[in-house]
Design a protein around this ligand. Structure first.
Ligand code: NAP
Length: 317
């Protein structure tokens, strides 16, 4: 398929590396409102547009990858679907459940594929872990922790998106959605209760957030997200017979199964920068005429947005 990129910042470059690693998938055109001239020089073989409307009018593009800031996703997605393109949009696809409903309706009415780019769900190591746990490897799961916190000085500048409320910055939108997603793989998206606490930035977003979730039936989870603090960046899933530890769980290539004092380490490398796995899934679904992936459905996006929304409503009352 011919891919068009809407927005061309940090993640677009890493995504491009993976796209180049997947057979039959072509980086065909890029649109950047801020950097089109320099991009055209850097990528002379690619069509470069300085307007998002112009890339969407390009009839040779089959699918659009959206990696703008969170506040723009909904409009960019709907415009792309209405222009007749399939869409893969970076996480979080929407900053409210209303937005996800609108995007889903646009996908259905245009009969086009739409997926949130929750790439973690497609990684071989991650899939292996989930399959093993579901098959009873560590017995019934009662508790889990997942933490994703990083600090990158060059991303915390005034013009950066992370701490900017107008660009929908904040830890929960930016990184917290990963731990919530791995929790959903164990316990679903609907806790019976939760308590959230946040350290707020001077700009008024959650820079660090901690959430304790109660899923009933003696099942609990603890989640941490931060954009100003490096945390241990691992997920641990505890069952009655042992536990699984996944270092760097959102970009996992290995994991440990621990039973008593025995530690067994498993490796399952990713292709290229890791986005190749979601790209292959998207391509497979579209070839099969599907409008969503069973591995990360539009309902997953909706449930994730609802949970994020209700957590943020307790932080920013
Ligand atoms: N899947 C992953 O592993 C991963 C990793 C990092 C980020 N992400 C997600 O990818 C998306 C983009 O993240 P990023 O780190 O690539 O962001 P970024 O480099 O800061 O910005 C991406 C693009 O957003 C537009 N943009 C940035 N600041 C803007 C502003 N002040 N006003 C208007 N437009 C602005 C620009 O589009 P133009 O090029 O058109 O100017 C820019 O190229 C987010 O949804 C983020 O959560 C995903």
């Amino acid at each position: 398929m011919n891919w068009g990129f809407i927005g061309f910042g940090r993640i677009a470059r890493k995504f491009l590396e993976s796209l180049n690693a997947v057979e039959h998938e072509v980086p065909y055109a890029f649109a950047s409102r801020s950097n089109a001239g320099a991009l055209q020089k850097e990528f002379p073989e690619v069509r470069v547009y300085s307007s998002y409307a112009d890339i969407l009018a390009d009839a040779d593009i089959d699918i659009v990858y959206i990696s703008t800031t969170h506040n723009f996703h909904c409009q960019n997605v709907i415009d792309a679907l209405n222009a007749g393109k399939h869409v893969l949009c970076e996480k979080p696809i929407g900053v409210s459940s209303d937005e996800v409903v609108k995007m889903t309706l646009a996908a259905k009415s245009n009969d086009k594929f739409l997926m949130e780019a929750m790439w973690m769900r497609f990684l071989p190591a991650y899939r292996e872990v989930i399959a093993k746990i579901k098959a009873g490897e560590i017995g019934q799961v009662k508790y889990m922790t997942a933490s994703f916190g990083f600090r990158s000085e060059d991303k915390l500048t005034q013009d950066g998106r992370l701490l900017n409320p107008e660009l929908a910055g904040g830890a929960l939108y930016d990184v917290g959605v990963y731990p919530l997603t791995i929790v959903s793989d164990m316990f679903g998206w609907k806790p019976v209760d939760f308590k959230a606490h946040a350290i707020k930035s001077d700009t008024g977003v959650d820079e660090t957030i901690q959430i304790q979730l109660d899923f009933g039936q003696d099942r609990m989870a603890q989640v941490v997200g931060s954009i100003t603090m490096n945390t241990n960046k691992e997920a641990c899933i505890y069952g009655e017979k042992g536990f699984v530890r996944i270092p760097m769980f959102w970009k996992s290539e290995s994991y440990e199964v621990v039973k008593g004092d025995d530690v067994e380490v498993f490796y399952a490398p990713m292709i290229s920068t890791g986005y190749a796995h979601e790209i292959m899934e998207v391509s497979k679904c579209i070839k099969q005429g599907k409008t969503e992936s069973e591995l990360f459905t539009l309902n997953d996006s909706l449930m994730s947005a609802k949970l994020v929304e209700s957590i943020l409503s307790t932080i920013f009352k």
